[in-house]
Design a protein around this ligand. Sequence first.
Ligand code: NDP
Ligand code: 2IT
Length: 445
Amino acid sequence: MDARLEAIRDTVLARNPGEAEFHQAVVEVFESLGPVHDRHPEFLEAAILERLCEPERQIIFRVPWTDDQGRVQINRGFRVEFNSALGPYKGGLRFHPSVYLGIVKFLGFEQIFKNALTGMPIGGGKGGSDFDPRGRSDAEVMRFCQSFMTELYRHIGEYTDVPAGDIGVGGREIGYLFGQYKRITNRYESGVLTGKGISWGGSLVRPEATGFGTVIFTEEMLKTRGTSFDGQRVVVSGSGNVAINAVAKAQSLGATVVACSDSSGYIVDEAGIDVGLLRQVKEVERGRLKDYSLRRSGVAYVEAGSVWDVDATVALPCATQNELDGDAAARLVRNGLIAVGEGANMPSTREAVAVFQEAGVLFGPGKAANAGGVATSALEMQQNASRDSWSFEHTEQRLTDIMVGIHHRCASTADEYGEPGNYVLGANIGGFVKVADAMLAQGLI
Ligand code: NDP
Ligand code: 2IT
């Protein structure tokens, strides 16, 4: 790493002790940015990097609620409003027991560059709670969401900060959050949250957008090698919103998706995953993947273990951070992997990324490959602002154009900096320069 950036990195790491995921995200971005600072010494003089790594505002709050037995439960809520150079803070809320400040900050930091890459007018933020929705009734989830919003409402707004979903937060949770926001503020402010239901201000294609977008980006990478998804053998990790829609889109392009996972285990379905059954089990019944294997013949269920033990030509990690390590990457490469598209945020460890890049595997980092979700959130905001609603076809075409545009921006930036095919470099520099230029223009704030 560039020596000037090393000194800034050391200060950032020391100022944020115990936040391993945030450190990882910062280091990964800094490793790409040396050449930019050679060309733009003004960014160093204006301390752009030091400012970027310090969130504009961090909110941590108590979330009290009662469970179905009438017992009082206490969780911790977070919203990190990281950077508003390009627009209102924008990014999801994650409800998962692993959530702490370091996770929210890594996600918020990544979101700044991702959102810049979309070309839409959105800044970067992220939030969530260590609340675990798994096993909770709808009534418990509603009471939790109402309590969470009772604090969060004062910090958000269509021109300020616009949350959406992430792990553990989908249409149900956004509904309860929106209802409580409306009740407290007495405003039908559609643009305050995205991922809303279609009949009350949501956008068609937003539920599919992240998974679809990941596949569209990966297809663009494959095209650079004269190939496509058609005929590929694909493994997807996770079986939530992003994973299911990645499976659907990859198969619609002629691939066979042979495996996916949840946090208990994985299934191998050599005939190709039945997306209808997967949606029924995971989205309608909120069940476990094991239930899928019990309802379809020829399906193996592997308890625990790693889905990356299954050979693939294309891997789409769509579950969570650091789920694919260096050993798994080396095994996949040995067995014929040609491309990785990250549907999740930072799912590949630094060692895994190095293995992929050294082997010449096409590697699309999350901040580029999974940007379709937030981009379609921005399209939802656009529809809300104009009180319009677009057709599925029109919205999907906008998503496709945006993903093709992000691919082009990453690829051309990598070319410009003398590292053709390095999408990590292209995404980091492409996102960073846009934000840095806006920060310079807006003065010392
Ligand atoms: P969901 O909650 O819908 O699904 C998450 C999936 O990942 C589930 O199958 C879950 O398994 C699995 N999973 C979650 N945490 C772990 C863990 N610690 N270990 C193993 N498996 C785990 O979330 P999404 O599909 O929305 O999000 C998946 C990823 O995509 C995340 O990294 C998210 O940040 C990213 N992303 C999401 C976007 C969106 O629009 N939703 C946009 C861009 C990125 P189980 O059910 O067993 O917990
Ligand atoms: O990581 C992400 O980009 C998201 N969870 C989606 C954020 C959004 O505002 O739609």
